[in-house]
Write a protein that binds this ligand. Structure first.
Ligand SMILES: *[C@@H]1O[C@H](CO)[C@@H](O)[C@H](O)[C@H]1NC(C)=O
Length: 225
């Protein structure tokens, strides 16, 4: 039946629209990639200073990022941001993360170099952030996307927020329109299908009658003969 075909194509169009719609969402929840530019540790927490420290970075609830190169205190390690373990994490412009640098310890619980609230708003206009803790570490981070949200929110916070709100409103409007159109389409298709079915039933009924008449005629004729 052609109606089913048109319905199927309508359904696939809706599925496509939904996918497009969902693909717009990651843009709403802005999360920016953070890489480690450099790190220098001033102290290892191992009792035996000959043992190489095993340093890692972690944000609460995320995977540990081991820093395999960082082995010596008082040495500056620089990174390009493309290393296999990069990026460190992602920051959203709404919420900070509790992150830190730690040193694995086999005997007792891991030692903390530093632990802090990592916020995208703390990155400077050129997308850099320096975390320095006396006698512990000096780490520099890079997050070019943090910069854009920070500069935008510091220079014209209101219009930026307004723009975001517009964006959300637009998406809601579009989704309402799309779902209304979808429901209307379904109703129309159903009505049409019902009408067609009724017509077909009527036709079949009439045909049955005609056939019945024919038989009766034949029977009547047979009686006469
Ligand atoms: C920390 O490291 C960065 C990059 O190497 C450097 O520019 C900065 O001066 C250092 N800060 C301190 C307090 O040593």
């Amino acid at each position: 039946m052609p109606i089913w075909e048109s319905r199927n194509s309508r359904v696939s169009a809706i599925v496509l629209l939904c996918c497009l719609f969902l693909s717009c969402f990651p843009g709403l929840i802005i999360s920016a990639v953070v890489t480690l530019d450099s790190i220098e540790i001033y102290n290892t927490h191992e009792v035996l200073k000959v043992v190489e420290p095993s340093v890692y970075f972690v944000c609460k609830g995320e995977n540990r990022i081991e820093l395999p190169d960082v082995k010596k205190a008082n040495e500056l390690y620089k990174f390009k941001g493309e290393e296999s373990w990069q990026p460190l994490t992602e920051l959203s412009d709404k919420k900070c993360k509790r992150c830190g640098f730690y040193e694995k310890d086999t005997l007792k619980s891991d030692d903390i170099f530093d632990e802090w609230e990592f916020c995208s708003s703390e990155f400077t206009a050129d997308g850099k952030y320096i975390r320095f803790k006396n006698k512990e570490l000096n780490a520099t981070f890079s997050c070019p996307e943090c910069k854009t949200s920070v500069t935008a929110s510091s220079s014209n916070s209101d219009s930026h927020q307004g723009g975001n709100r517009m964006h959300v409103a637009l998406i809601i409007l579009i989704s309402v329109l799309v779902s209304t159109a979808f429901i209307l389409g379904l109703v129309v298709a159903f009505k049409y299908w019902q009408k067609r079915k009724r017509q077909q039933e009527q036709a079949r009924f009439l045909k049955l009658f005609e056939d019945g008449d024919d038989i009766e005629d034949e029977l009547g004729l047979g009686n006469v003969i």
